[in-house]
Ligand binder design. Structure first.
Ligand SMILES: Cc1cc2nc3c(=O)[nH]c(=O)nc-3n(C[C@H](O)[C@H](O)[C@H](O)COP(=O)(O)OP(=O)(O)OC[C@H]3O[C@@H](n4cnc5c(N)ncnc54)[C@H](O)[C@@H]3O)c2cc1C
Ligand code: SF4
Ligand code: SF4
Length: 810
C-alpha cells in the first residue's frame, strides 16, 4: 500500500522535533522527505554560542546525524532550498529543480536575522549570528583581525560578544536601548550584567544608533558611524538586532501570512494540508523565538499529522538565560511587572546579586535573577503551575531550599517534584518522561538518559537534577561518577585531584597560571571553578598565592553572612564560647546604636547580631572591637565547649580551656568546607563532640579524639581517631588532621565525605602512626596560619576592600 507523503521544508529544531514526536506516535504512517537549505543535518542552534566561544565543537552539537534519517526511512535533501510550493499539484520544488510531491506539507523555515538597512551593510566582514556558516565566518575573522563590534545588546548579541572575546578579539557592543537585554532584564539587573561584562573587557556604547558601516578602502568594513557623528573602528561587525519569521515561501504560495505563517491552535495553515511550526509561525498574532514553545508546537502538529486530532497549542510562560560562562542570569514570565502587580526584590549590587519576583493575585507571574540563579527552575515551575504562593510569600525569596528539607545532596527535592515538572528547559523534558525512560529502557547513566530523552543534552545546566532522578530510581546501581572523577566544571576536563596535583607539582601560584597550564576552555573560569582554584592555591602556597576576593562567594568577600532580606549577620569570635561583661556591654551598645533587630545565641554558643546593613558592617565591627567569628566562611567556625572540670561535678578535664586553646590555635584557618569542633569534659558529652568535624572528649587519663562527625541534614557520627594524654598532643593531632584535610580534600568536601573517600586507616597512618608526618603537617598548618590576619580588623583599621561596603549607584 502506498503511504501518504509528508514533506518537510526546513531541517531545523522545530521541524525535526515534530518528526520525532510523529515517529513516536506513528512510526510507519508516512513516507517522509525533508529539505534543508543548510548543508548539515539537524543541529542544536542554541549551542552555536558555546561553539563560537570554543567551549563546544560542531560535532558535539549535532542532534540528528545523517544515519538517524536513514534509520527512520526519511529521504533527506541537505543544502537544497525550496523555492516554490505548487499547492494545486501538491508539489514542492527546490532551487536546483528537485521536486517532491506531498499529501501533507510541514513548513518549518525558521527566521531570518534582521539586517539594519544602513549604508555599508553588504561590505565584507559584516555578518549575522544564525547558523554554522556565520559561526565559521566569525571564527575565521577572529584569527586575522582584532576589532569586533556587535550591534545589538540582546541575548544573541552578548553571546556573540563573549564568544569573540574568548577568541581573542577586542569587542564593543553597540546598543540602541538605555540598558542591555531590556526584553529580559530590568535596569538594575542589566547594570550588574554590564559591569561584569565590562570587567571581562567588553566595551559598551549604549543609546547609540548606527547610521553607516564604513569601508576600509578595500571593500571590507573598517568602522561604524553613529547617528551623532561619532565613529569607531571595526574589522568585523556582527548584526544581532533581532529576527524576522521566514515566511516568504509560504506567502508566495498564497498561504495567509501576517508577520509569520498564520496557523490555528492545531498548527494548521489556511490550507488544511499544510502545517507550520517553529519561528516562521504566527499564532494568535505572536511569533516565538525560543525553543520551548516551538517544541510544544511540535507535539501538537505531530499529534494532528498522526490523525490523533486532540492536541491544541496553548502558549505558556517562557524562560531565558544568558549562555555566557561565569555569568548567571535567568528571567521568566512577566518579570517587568505593571501597575497591578507587586514585586519582591533582593538587591545586593556589591555582592553581584539581584533577584526580583513579580506577584499578581497571590501568584508568582515573573522572576528575574542575576548572580544566583540556582532556583530559576523552581520559580519557573511556580509561574507555570500558577498556584497561590500566599503561604510561602515571606520565604519565597529563599528559593526551594528555604521551604523546608531539600534532603542530602538534593535527593528529596527530586522526590517532591511532580511528574510533569520540567527538568530540562532547553528540550522541554519533564521528570515523568525521564523516570519512564529509566524504568522502561533500563537506563543506568546520564549519557543514556541524554540519548533517550534529550534531557541535559543542550546547555547541560540540568545535569545535576537528572543525576538525582537517576539515583532516586535505581539507587546504588546508578552509574554516576564520584566527585573524585568528575571534571571540576564545564570549563575543564580535569578533576579536582588532578588540579590539586598540578598546582603542587608545577608550583602554580595564580588562577591565570592554572588556567593556562591546564588549558581551561573559558577565558576566566566560572562561579564553580574559580572558588575551588582559589582555595587550592592559597592552601597549597600560603604566603605566595594571593587570595582573589572575586573568586570567593559573597559571604567570604564581605566577611558576614547574607540573610534572606539582603541584610547581614555578624557573629564575633568568643573563644571557646566564653564571654565577659565588657564584651556583652559592647554587643548591647552596638545592637542599640545600629538598631539591630535580632540578637540571638547560636547553636555554636556564639552571639549573632542579625539584620545589619551592609554599609554599617565596618562600623559595627569597629564598635564591637572583637575578632571575626568566621561564621560565614569555609573555615574554622566554632569550638563548642561544656563547662568541664572547673565547674561541673562530673568533669574529668578542663574542656573549656582546651576549647579556648584549640580555637586560638586554629582561628583564621581556611578549609575546603566549614569546620566545627567541640570539646566535652567527660563522656557525658554535653558539647556534642560526636557530631563535629573534630570532637574531643575528656576521659580520666587524657583525651579521646573523634573525626568526621556532622550534625547537618544527615547526621553522621564521628569516628574514633586516637587517645592522647596532653594538651600539646591534642593541639598537634587536631591540627595535623585538619592540615591533611586542607591539603587533600576537594573544595566543598566536608570532613565526613573526605573520611569516607580516603578511609580511616589512611588518616590514622598519616597522623597517628607516623609521628614525623604528624609534626610536619602541624608545622605546615602553623606556617599557613602565620599569614592570616583578622579580616574585620584589616577592614576597620587598614581600610582593606573598602569599596565592598560603599553602595554602587545603579
Ligand atoms: C546563537 C543562537 C543562540 C540561541 N540560544 C537560544 C537559547 O538559549 N534558548 C532558546 O530557547 N533559543 C535559543 N535560540 C533560538 C533557537 O535556536 C530557535 O528558536 C530555534 O532554532 C528555531 O527553530 P526553527 O526550527 O523554527 O528554526 P531553525 O532552527 O532556524 O530551522 C529552520 C531551518 O529551515 C531552513 N530553511 C529555511 N527556508 C528554507 C527553505 N525554503 N528550504 C529549505 N530549508 C529552509 C533554514 O536553513 C534552517 O536550517 C538561539 C538561536 C541562536 C541563533
Ligand atoms: S535545562 Fe538547559 S536548561 Fe536544561 S540542560 Fe537542560 S539542556 Fe539546558
Ligand atoms: S560533658 Fe561532662 S564535664 Fe562536660 S558538662 Fe557534661 S557532664 Fe559536665
Amino acid at each position: 500500500m502506498n503511504k501518504p507523503k509528508l514533506v518537510m521544508v526546513g531541517n531545523g529544531m522545530a521541524g525535526v522535533r515534530t518528526l520525532e514526536e510523529l515517529l513516536k506516535l506513528m512510526p510507519d504512517f508516512y513516507d517522509i522527505t525533508v529539505f534543508g537549505a543548510e548543508p548539515h543535518p539537524n543541529y542544536n542552534r542554541i549551542l552555536l554560542s558555546p561553539v563560537l566561544s570554543g567551549e563546544q565543537t560542531l560535532k558535539e552539537i549535532m542532534l540528528n546525524e545523517v544515519e538517524w534519517y536513514a534509520e527512520n526511512g526519511i529521504t533527506l535533501h541537505m543544502g537544497k532550498e525550496i523555492t516554490e510550493i505548487d499547492r494545486i499539484k501538491r508539489v514542492v520544488r527546490a532551487a536546483d529543480g528537485t521536486e517532491a510531491p506531498y499529501d501533507r506539507l510541514l513548513l518549518a523555515t525558521g527566521s531570518n536575522p534582521f539586517i539594519l538597512p544602513v549604508p555599508g551593510k553588504d561590505l565584507d566582514g559584516v555578518v549575522t549570528f544564525r547558523d554554522i556558516r556565520d559561526v565559521n565566518l566569525m571564527i575565521e575573522a577572529s584569527q586575522k583581525y582584532k576589532k569586533a563590534v556587535v550591534i545589538g545588546g540582546g541575548l544573541l548579541g552578548l553571546e556573540a560578544a563573549n564568544g569573540l572575546m574568548a577568541r581573542g578579539m577586542d569587542v564593543s557592543v553597540v546598543h540602541l536601548g538605555e540598558w542591555l537585554l531590556e526584553r529580559q532584564l530590568d535596569r538594575t539587573a542589566a547594570k550588574l550584567l554590564q559591569q561584569s561584562l565590562e570587567d571581562r573587557g567588553i566595551a559598551f556604547h549604549l543609546q547609540k544608533q548606527t547610521a553607516a558601516l564604513l569601508d576600509n578602502g578595500s571593500g571590507r568594513v573598517g568602522g561604524l558611524r553613529f547617528a551623532d557623528g561619532e565613529e569607531i573602528p571595526a574589522d568585523l561587525v556582527v548584526m544581532a538586532v533581532g529576527i524576522r519569521p521566514n515566511y516568504e515561501l509560504a506567502e508566495k504560495s498564497g498561504l495567509y501570512c501576517n508577520r509569520g505563517v498564520v496557523v490555528n491552535d492545531t498548527m494548521q495553515t489556511y490550507d488544511p494540508r499544510v502545517y507550520a511550526v517553529g519561528e516562521c509561525v504566527s499564532h494568535r498574532g505572536v511569533a516565538y523565538g525560543l525553543v520551548a514553545p516551538l517544541f510544544d508546537m511540535a507535539k501538537v502538529a505531530a499529534n494532528h499529522l498522526a490523525h490523533y486530532g486532540i492536541g491544541r497549542y496553548v502558549p505558556a510562560a517562557t524562560s531565558t538565560k544568558l549562555k555566557v560562562t561565569g555569568i548567571d542570569l535567568f528571567s521568566a514570565g512577566d518579570f517587568m511587572g505593571s501597575d497591578n502587580t507587586e514585586a519582591i526584590t533582593l538587591s545586593d549590587p556589591m555582592g553581584g546579586i539581584y533577584k526580583k519576583l513579580v506577584i499578581k493575585d497571590n501568584k508568582l507571574v515573573g522572576a528575574c535573577l542575576y548572580g544566583d540563579t540556582a532556583d530559576g527552575a523552581w520559580y519557573f515551575r511556580l509561574i507555570r503551575e500558577g498556584k497561590s504562593v500566599a503561604e510561602m510569600r515571606d520565604v519565597l525569596m529563599l528559593g526551594e531550599g528555604g521551604q523546608g528539607d531539600v534532603g542530602h545532596s538534593g535527593q528529596s527535592k527530586v522526590v517532591g517534584m511532580p511528574d510533569d515538572a520540567e527538568v530540562c528547559g532547553c528540550n522541554g523534558v519533564c521528570k515523568g518522561t525521564i523516570v519512564k525512560a529509566i524504568q522502561e529502557k533500563g537506563l543506568f547513566t546520564v549519557d543514556e538518559i541524554k540519548k533517550h530523552t534529550k534531557a541535559a543534552s543542550s546547555c547541560g545546566s540540568c545535569t545535576g537534577l537528572v543525576e538525582q532522578i537517576l539515583i532516586n530510581c535505581v539507587g546504588g546501581a546508578a552509574d554516576v561518577k564520584p566527585k573524585s572523577e568528575k571534571p571540576v566544571c564545564g570549563c575543564t576536563d580535569h578533576n579536582h585531584g588532578a588540579v590539586r596535583k598540578v598546582i603542587r607539582e608545577q608550583h602554580l601560584t595564580s588562577l591565570r597560571q592554572v588556567m593556562d597550564f591546564l588549558e581551561w576552555r573559558t577565558p576566566d573560569g566560572c562561579a564553580t571553578c574559580r572558588p575551588a582554584l582559589n582555595y587550592y592555591l592559597i592552601s597549597t602556597w600560603p604566603g605566595e598565592a594571593k587570595d582573589d576576593p572575586q573568586s570567593r562567594f559573597i559571604n567570604e568577600r564581605v566577611h558576614a553572612n547574607i540573610q534572606k532580606d539582603g541584610t547581614y549577620s555578624v557573629i564575633p569570635r568568643m573563644w571557646g564560647g566564653v564571654t565577659n561583661a565588657a564584651e556583652l556591654r559592647r554587643i548591647a551598645d552596638v545592637a542599640d546604636k545600629y538598631a539591630i533587630p535580632m540578637v540571638k545565641v547560636t547553636g555554636g554558643q556564639r552571639i549573632d547580631l542579625l539584620g545589619v546593613k551592609k554599609e554599617d558592617l565596618p562600623k559595627v565591627w569597629a564598635d564591637l572591637d572583637m575578632p571575626s567569628g568566621h561564621a560565614y566562611g569555609k573555615s574554622l567556625r566554632t569550638v563548642k565547649t561544656c563547662v568541664g572540670s572547673e565547674f561541673c561535678r562530673f568533669g574529668t578535664q578542663d574542656s573549656t580551656q582546651m576549647g579556648i586553646d584549640l580555637e586560638k590555635d586554629l582561628t583564621g584557618m581556611w578549609s575546603p568546607a566549614k569546620v566545627k569542633l567541640a570539646v566535652s569534659g567527660c563522656p557525658r558529652n554535653c558539647a556534642e563532640s560526636g557530631i563535629k568535624d573534630v570532637g574531643i572528649i575528656g576521659v580520666d587519663s587524657g583525651w579521646e579524639l573523634y573525626i568526621g562527625g556532622n550534625g547537618g541534614i544527615k547526621t553522621e557520627v564521628a569516628e574514633f581517631l586516637a587517645k592522647v594524654k596532653t594538651r600539646e598532643e591534642v593541639l598537634e593531632l587536631t591540627g595535623a588532621f585538619l592540615q591533611l584535610y586542607r591539603e587533600e580534600a576537594f573544595y566543598l568536601e566536608r570532613t565526613v565525605h573526605y573520611l569516607h573517600r580516603v578511609g580511616l586507616d589512611f588518616i590514622k597512618a598519616q597522623v597517628v602512626d607516623n609521628l614525623e608526618n604528624r609534626k610536619a603537617l602541624y608545622e605546615r598548618l602553623r606556617f599557613a596560619l602565620s599569614f592570616e590576619k583578622d579580616p574585620w580588623t584589616e577592614r576597620v583599621k587598614e581600610g582593606v576592600a573598602r569599596h565592598e561596603f560603599e553602595p554602587l549607584t545603579v
